[in-house]
Design a protein around this ligand. Structure first.
Ligand SMILES: [Fe+2]
Ligand SMILES: [Fe+2]
Length: 188
């Protein structure tokens, strides 16, 4: 057995190259998941499927609102809804891709999606209400992504980085919606 090479006292030791190579060869059917993957994989997969469901509910809500946004002043808002819907779909794809890399299966069964989603499919009756509902959903997404980032911590840096990137976009979305909401209020 190759002993790890000690570094400084407070830093974790690096494994020597041969041990790394040997470890990589074992369980190659696990794909991207190696022996050192220290996160609770089942938990991470469950969490990612919840995030996937949340994104898909947001895709549908934003798309509904895009088609329903009518009136001379709603053009900018409608465009924003469509952009957000497409961004949420891109997030869903990123998450599904990561689930597969981790050896899981993205659950795209429509019957299960509503129950698993953190955000709700709530439709506003007016443009203002629609903006508000979307803002609430974004704020829910922001909170849950923040929690997921903390949960993953240093155990799965790739998943964490993806979640952080998505989180930053959700914050932009919330910011856009807050601006549009203010504009709408000013018009009244
Ligand atoms: Fe998203
Ligand atoms: Fe978003």
């Amino acid at each position: 057995m190759n002993a790890p090479i000690p570094l400084q006292k407070d830093k974790p030791a690096l494994t020597d190259v041969q041990a790394l190579r040997d470890s990589a060869r074992r369980h190659i059917e696990e794909g991207a998941v190696t022996e050192r993957y220290s996160a609770d994989r089942d938990k991470v997969l469950e969490m990612l499927n919840e995030a996937l469901a949340t994104e898909l509910v947001c895709v549908l809500r934003y798309r509904h609102d895009y088609f329903m946004a009518r009136g001379i002043h709603s053009h900018a808002v409608a465009t924003e809804f469509l952009e957000h819907s497409n961004a949420e779909l891109a997030h869903a794809d990123q998450i599904a891709e990561r689930i597969v890399q981790l050896g899981g299966e993205p659950d795209l069964n429509p019957d299960a999606i509503t129950g698993r989603s953190h955000a709700e499919y709530r439709i506003g009756k007016t443009l203002q209400e629609a903006l508000k509902e979307n803002l609430v959903a974004e704020r829910i997404a922001i909170e849950s992504y923040r929690e997921m980032v903390q949960f993953v911590g240093d155990d799965d840096p790739t998943t964490r980085r993806m979640l952080e990137e998505i989180l930053a976009v959700e914050e932009e979305h919330a910011d856009d919606l807050a601006d549009l909401l203010q504009d709408q209020a000013r018009r009244k």
